[in-house]
Design a protein around this ligand. Structure first.
Ligand code: AP5
Length: 186
């Protein structure tokens, strides 16, 4: 079973929902850069203060900041004996993807699959409006989608060229989508 995975897809596609479910059932480390950043904001740390306004606008926080977070977690896990992981919301642009490749080379690890969750914009927007997180108002959602198209979508070609991309239809129930993802990991 593949156990070093990336979850890619637009805001609201269900990356976090599916990543958490899979990480729990398979005993994988779930690293969501969004969740880790929101925890820093809630704790009022220096890092959180730097990220808060950027996140509220729906833009990307600096590559250096998110890379430092991911590096420390993956190094900790490797030092504790390794294991599977699932990165959700990272990488978010080509520079982050290149930095992740370097980090994994240092750790002697490889990405085994990139799950691309695909869903119509109308459904994404509806899901996010019903959730109502601090950055889930219509104007910021539209901006997050634009940022996704400009900065994150190039990663689809990036990982397709590396034969790692596995697209998944992200419409349906949480269980249906989970079964589609599990089928890809055999
Ligand atoms: P992040 O937290 O990564 O947010 P996002 O990509 O916008 O993703 P969402 O959490 O909105 O959506 P999701 O696909 O995870 O869907 P979810 O499962 O939650 O990033 C937030 C911000 O942090 C960014 O804007 C940026 O500022 C910063 N950031 C994060 N990572 C960064 C990075 N690497 N570099 C720079 N900046 C970074 O589901 C959404 C909703 O739909 C939920 O309410 C859920 O219950 C519901 N739902 C899920 N599945 C279904 C289903 N099948 N049917 C019906 N409802 C469903």
């Amino acid at each position: 079973m593949k156990q070093r995975l990336l979850f890619l897809g637009p805001p609201g596609a269900g990356k976090g929902t599916q990543a958490q479910r899979l990480a729990e059932s398979q005993g994988l480390l779930h690293l969501s850069t969004g969740d880790l950043l929101r925890a820093e904001v809630a704790a009022g740390s220096a890092l959180g203060k730097e990220a808060e306004a950027v996140m509220a606008r729906g833009e990307l926080v600096s590559d250096a900041l998110v890379l430092a977070i991911v590096r420390s977690r993956l190094e900790q896990q490797a030092a504790a004996g390794g294991g599977g992981w699932l990165l959700d919301g990272f990488p978010r642009n080509v520079a982050q993807a290149d930095a992740l490749a370097e980090l994994l080379e240092e750790l002697g690890q490889q990405i085994e699959l990139v799950v691309l969750m695909e869903l119509d914009d109308a459904v994404l927007v509806q899901r996010l409006l019903s959730r109502g997180r601090a950055d889930d108002n219509e104007a910021v959602i539209r901006h997050r989608l634009e940022v996704y198209r400009q900065q994150t979508e190039p990663l689809i070609a990036y990982y397709r060229e590396r034969n790692l991309l596995a697209p998944v239809e992200a419409a349906g129930t949480v269980e249906e989508i989970g079964a589609r993802i599990t089928a890809l990991l055999a």
